[in-house]
Design a protein around this ligand. Structure first.
Ligand SMILES: *Cc1c(COP(=O)(O)O)cnc(C)c1O
Length: 397
């Protein structure tokens, strides 16, 4: 509130600032902090020009969506005065066919972020616990706290681990499950580490989880994993474990982050309870149509996934050739270590119009998360990085 406005108030009135309202918020909300978008991308786009800014901070798809998705959106423009289908029936039918499940097993969300939040809201609360891995996706902790539940963090595999440093330690996660654990979040592959676990390890994990504990697998990057890599999905185990569900998104491989659509697959009973919390028109009409069209274009998805795999390999090699440690990834980003100069390097890159994601919030202040861009974007990133590394001095680990 501006000082001028405040001056017109009754001098005896309370300040009504953030602290005043926070004191009146629920206990859960008192413990939360608002989303930190990192950089002001709108301001950076204005400063550098959209074409000259290299945006590699948010794991977006540099190739964009299927042309069929764009056409489907244009096709919706005559009906913007109408509410969308509150059931999203056409998109659910297409998703059900795609995954070999019943439409009643599907729940649509305004991004999978919304679904992850609502899962905790529905199934965990004060006096209860939500388990997830250290370096697990940031929304897991947020969802637990917003629901008033206690986050319980299982240690990740160590940085020195030969195969999957900083990855989920499924044994540690299983061991962290206690009598008050209502919900377990896994991400496979995980953001921000890029790490993953395999099918046999996941099957053994599920066999250890009590039937009363809900396990949610965030599979935001599933479509971007190499087909030959052993990356577990929850899908094949759904018939066996009613306490298992998965979330996916149209934001990454489908290139539709701006539309905000994600979905959950689980047993119909779970979906029915989640439906009680869902806002009736949470997915808008152009988004529903675009996602249905995007699902129909398997060729575009394969093309994106192939280009991403090729660029991911090239980028990881180029970073390693500069002496940086790069973590294994089956996603559209890589986590890399830049050592004690990380913050300076990151700031110098932004000054050159290259935006990466700092990892201090994850407790990894010497790492940056780098989205795998197009060949051209990656070339511009590496050119800027070479300048910055030369400038900030030798001795990068
Ligand atoms: C990007 C991402 C999501 C997707 O979020 P949306 O809300 O669907 O855009 C979910 N989980 C993880 C781990 C992600 O990295």
């Amino acid at each position: 509130m501006s000082a001028a406005r405040a001056d017109t108030r009754d001098p005896g009135a309370p300040a009504c600032d953030e602290a005043w309202f926070a004191a009146r918020a629920s206990r859960a909300v008192q413990g939360l902090r608002a989303y930190d978008p990192g950089h002001d991308l709108v301001a950076l786009r204005r400063r550098f020009g959209e074409a000259d800014l290299v945006e590699l901070g948010s794991n977006e798809n540099p190739y964009g969506p299927s042309p069929a998705a764009r056409a489907a959106i244009l096709d919706q423009l005559h009906a913007l005065h109408r509410y969308p289908d509150p059931l999203g029936a056409d998109l659910k039918r297409a998703l059900a066919a795609r995954h070999g499940v019943d439409p009643g097993q599907l729940l649509l969300g305004n991004g999978s972020h919304e679904l992850l939040m609502q899962l905790a809201q529905a199934f965990a609360g004060p006096g209860e616990e939500v388990v997830f891995s250290r370096y697990g996706f940031a929304v897991f902790a947020l969802a637990a706290q917003a629901a008033g539940a206690a986050p319980r963090v299982a240690e990740a595999l160590p940085r020195e681990h030969a195969a999957m440093p900083l990855g989920h330690d499924l044994d540690a996660i299983a061991a962290a499950i206690g009598p008050r654990t209502k919900l377990v979040y896994l991400a496979n592959p995980n953001n921000p580490t890029g790490t993953w676990f395999g099918r046999a390890a996941f099957a053994a994990f599920m066999a250890r989880v009590p039937a009363e504990t809900l396990v949610v697998m965030d599979e935001a990057y599933a479509e971007l994993a190499d087909p030959a890599a052993d990356v577990a999905s929850a899908l094949p185990l759904l018939p066996r474990y009613p306490n298992l569900a998965l979330t996916r998104t149209f934001s990454k491989a489908y290139g539709l982050a701006g539309l905000r659509v994600g979905y959950l697959v689980g047993v119909p009973g779970l979906v029915a309870v989640m439906e009680r919390l869902r806002e009736s028109f949470n997915v808008n009409a152009p988004a529903l149509a675009a996602c249905e069209a995007a699902l129909g274009d398997a060729g575009h998805l394969r093309w994106v996934s192939g280009r991403n795999a090729e660029q991911r390999r090239a980028l990881a090699e180029a970073l390693a050739a500069r002496g940086l440690r790069v973590y294994p990834s089956q996603t559209n980003f890589v986590l890399a270590e830049f050592g004690p100069r990380t913050a300076r390097i990151e700031a110098a890159l932004v000054a050159r119009g290259v935006v990466l994601r700092p990892m201090g919030g994850y407790g990894l202040p010497e790492c940056l998360r780098i989205t795998v861009g197009s060949a051209d974007e990656n070339r511009r990133l590496l050119a800027a990085l070479d300048e910055v590394l030369a400038e900030t001095g030798a001795g990068i680990p």
